[in-house]
Design a protein around this ligand. Structure first.
Ligand SMILES: C/C(=C\C[C@@]12O[C@]1(C)C(=O)c1ccccc1C2=O)CCC[C@H](C)CCC[C@H](C)CCCC(C)C
Length: 169
């Protein structure tokens, strides 16, 4: 295939995916770091705390910062199942990176599916951020943009793979 690079994955897609996943991982690790630091020390000021209503650590340590604020309806607040959202983010971007290396149809389907979940999660968190917390969190908004971009990358990948299989079959 002429346009295909290494392993048949178009070069732009490899680059785009690596860029988005690394960026998402850095933001998630940073969010986790801020959340844990703030929980340990209430006086901690993060780089992304620019003002009263532009404060990321306020958002991360809110009740919606763990298990999307939903897990605590089912288990105790300090249950090990109630993990920070940013930890889920780390798992998600690692998964997107890992599955992105595979060209199988199953992997493509899983990528699109998990991406759907992340877009839904982003819309939910964005609504909480805007309407409940009334805060502007740059780290959060950046992850929403990354999740949308990854979603379109995954949709395009699935179409490309289906096209390939049709020609081959
Ligand atoms: C840093 C990050 C999101 C930022 C943030 O979540 C933070 C930290 C938070 O505390 C918060 C509080 C209140 C309002 C908004 C927010 C957020 O904005 C990363 C998540 C990315 C994405 C939303 C995760 C989606 C993961 C999927 C649920 C996984 C599905 C995969 C499975 C099918 C395997």
């Amino acid at each position: 295939m002429a346009a295909a690079g290494n392993q048949g994955i178009p070069k732009w897609e490899r680059k785009m995916r690596i860029f988005l996943c690394v960026f998402g991982l850095v933001l998630s690790v940073y969010a986790l770091h801020v959340e844990l630091s703030r929980e340990r020390n209430p006086d901690y000021r993060a780089m992304c705390d620019l003002g009263e209503s532009v404060s990321c650590s306020k958002v991360f340590t809110s009740r919606w910062g763990r298990g999307f604020g939903l897990v605590q309806f089912f288990v105790a607040k300090d249950n090990p199942l109630n993990q920070p959202n940013s930890l889920l983010g780390i798992i998600f971007y690692t998964l997107q990176m890992g599955l992105g290396l595979s060209l199988s149809k199953k992997a493509a389907l899983l990528l699109v599916f998990s991406s759907w979940v992340s877009v839904a999660g982003s819309l939910y968190l964005a609504a909480i951020l805007a309407f409940v917390l009334g805060d502007f969190c740059m780290v959060c908004v950046s992850t929403y943009i990354i999740n949308f971009a990854l979603f379109f990358t995954n949709l395009k990948r699935r179409r490309a793979i289906e096209g390939m299989k049709e020609k081959a079959g």
